[in-house]
Design a protein around this ligand. Structure first.
Ligand code: F6P
Ligand code: MN
Length: 319
């Protein structure tokens, strides 16, 4: 049996990065424990405040954020963290070599209905020694040294890339280990499954409306095949489905608030997912550019996201 610990130990990944990954994954196992307690521990529902994004925080958003912030800040290899639930970056150790950005609980509207949620993380290497500033985080996603997510579903799963493909691990709660359950994950280039929040259709660009209209026309339309639609309402769940059986996921620009480039956040949602998707042979773009090439301007920056099966992303971009 291969586990996370044994596969990392057998790899060329530096010990310091292995330790950071160990901190993230063990904390996520504890977050999974909190999610399992759920209503019995009185930790469902709203926390009663908003995050810097103007979104209502759930109690479990706050709990997961605090858990990851505390454990990562205590790890000597961590220079600083950035989180969806923190207004500013949180400096940790000036001698630490890694910056960690995370969404502590993605898909938090799913929490109260006992549906899929997850923790998404993105890791960058840092040289030198300094007290970290936000500017240190403003590096394009192609510089990520590791990215992944822990999915809290019927099984607790870790999906990880350290730049050499994508591996899936399933947590065995009896042995307390992440077991390697799929290596070298690949996304087939063609698909007939798409994920988009159709209720926003009237707010999309005309091009996006035309693309989705053609998907829905199916075999009778220009695409000449039928498409199925899925929407988990947690990006982590939709991306996981695409890594498992293909598809395309889109959260496009819309004119509800034209000043917003999109809904999803570049640093701790789009970039780590784009790395996983590309490492599995798929593509990840905004309406105009490769997500991993974007030079971030601020840690909570939003982007449009079109990712998944390579040929389908290309088909979408031709519109
Ligand atoms: O983090 C934002 C997020 O919860 C994503 O996980 C998800 O894809 C999206 O928002 C869901 O948005 P909507 O409310 O449009 O379904
Ligand atoms: Mn999220």
């Amino acid at each position: 049996m291969q586990t996370l610990t044994s596969t990392l130990a057998a790899s060329s990944i530096p010990n310091s990065l292995q330790e950071v990954l160990h901190v993230i994954t063990t904390t996520c196992v504890d977050i999974s424990g909190k999610l399992q307690q759920g209503a019995s521990a009185g930790i469902l529902g709203a926390a009663g405040n908003e995050n810097v994004q103007g979104e209502e925080q759930k109690k479990l958003d706050v709990i997961s954020n605090t858990m990851l912030k505390d454990t990562l800040s205590a790890c000597s290899h961590v220079r600083a963290i950035a989180s969806e639930e923190e207004d500013d970056i949180v400096p940790a150790h000036t001698t630490g070599s890694y910056l960690v950005a995370f969404d502590p609980l993605d898909g938090s509207s799913n929490i109260d209905i006992n549906a899929m949620v997850g923790t998404i993380f993105s890791i960058y290497h840092q040289t030198g020694e300094n007290r970290a500033t936000e500017a240190d985080f403003l590096i394009s996603g192609k510089e990520q040294v590791a990215a992944g997510y822990v999915l809290y579903g019927p099984s607790c799963m870790l999906v990880l890339s350290c730049g050499d493909g994508v591996a899936m691990y399933t947590y065995d709660p009896t042995e307390h280990v992440f077991v390697l359950t799929q290596d070298k994950v690949t996304i087939t280039p063609d698909t007939n499954e798409f994920a988009i929040n159709m209720s926003n259709q009237r707010f999309w660009s005309q091009a996006m409306q035309n693309y989705v209209t053609d998907l829905v026309l199916g075999a009778e339309g220009p695409r000449e095949k039928n498409f199925n639609m899925r929407w988990v309402a947690a990006m982590v769940g939709d991306v996981h489905r695409i890594l498992c059986r293909g598809g395309i996921f889109i959260y496009p620009w819309d004119n509800k608030d034209p000043s917003r480039a999109g809904k999803l956040r570049l640093m701790y949602e789009a970039n780590p997912m784009a790395m996983l998707i590309e490492q599995a042979g798929g593509k990840a773009f905004t309406h105009t550019e490769r997500i991993l090439d974007i030079e971030p301007k601020e840690i909570h920056q939003r982007v449009a996201v079109i990712l998944g099966a390579a040929n389908e992303v290309d088909a979408c971009l031709t519109y």
